[in-house]
Design a protein around this ligand. Structure first.
Ligand code: MG
Length: 169
């Protein structure tokens, strides 16, 4: 059976990115624990390094190759296991994506009931707002707005459903 693929971000997950973008050849120091984390993942999955560093150029251009080489050198210097570095366009196929800017949103995992779904969307909304730099007060207010909107949708869906025919008890 093929090993699953995990797409793993570089900046902010494996490499310290608190200083922000410093250039193609400048990759921050490994975050303590990052190597051990990658090693643990690599025991059961292939690791596809998935980073915006390779996202600005078409696959195969000289600039992309230089960026890819800088990333490869950094990974090898710090003994971080990986299978490949994604330089294609768009989202690669992977079983899981590990990214410091990702917002997890899996409403189907919350079940079919409205409460879990509303809570899931509200949390994702709140996290997205935080990543966009909005204040705590704004986040809370916006999350409430979302919650209210979703509650309205839920109420409308309930009204549109065919009436329960009952059944035998
Ligand atoms: Mg990142």
């Amino acid at each position: 059976m093929a090993r699953p693929v995990i797409a793993l971000d570089l900046d902010g997950v494996l490499a310290d990115f608190r200083a922000g973008w410093q250039g193609v050849d400048v990759i921050g120091d490994p975050i303590p624990g990052a190597r051990e984390f990658a090693e643990a993942l690599y025991e059961f999955a292939d690791i596809l390094i998935y980073t915006a560093r390779c996202g600005e150029d078409l696959n195969g251009t000289k600039a992309t190759t230089l960026r890819r080489n800088a990333i490869r050198d950094w990974l090898e210097k710090h003994s971080i296991p990986y299978t490949d570095i994604w330089t294609g366009r768009g989202k690669p196929t992977a079983r899981a994506y590990v990214d410091d800017c990702a917002v997890e949103c899996a409403p189907h995992e919350a079940g079919d009931g409205p409460l879990g779904r509303i809570e899931t969307f509200a949390k994702a909304y709140s996290r997205a707002l935080k990543l966009c730099g909005l204040t705590t007060i704004d986040r809370r207010e916006m999350a409430n707005v979302l919650r209210d909107r979703l509650a309205e949708v839920e109420e409308r869906e309930m009204k549109e459903q065919p009436a329960d025919t009952g059944g035998e008890f």
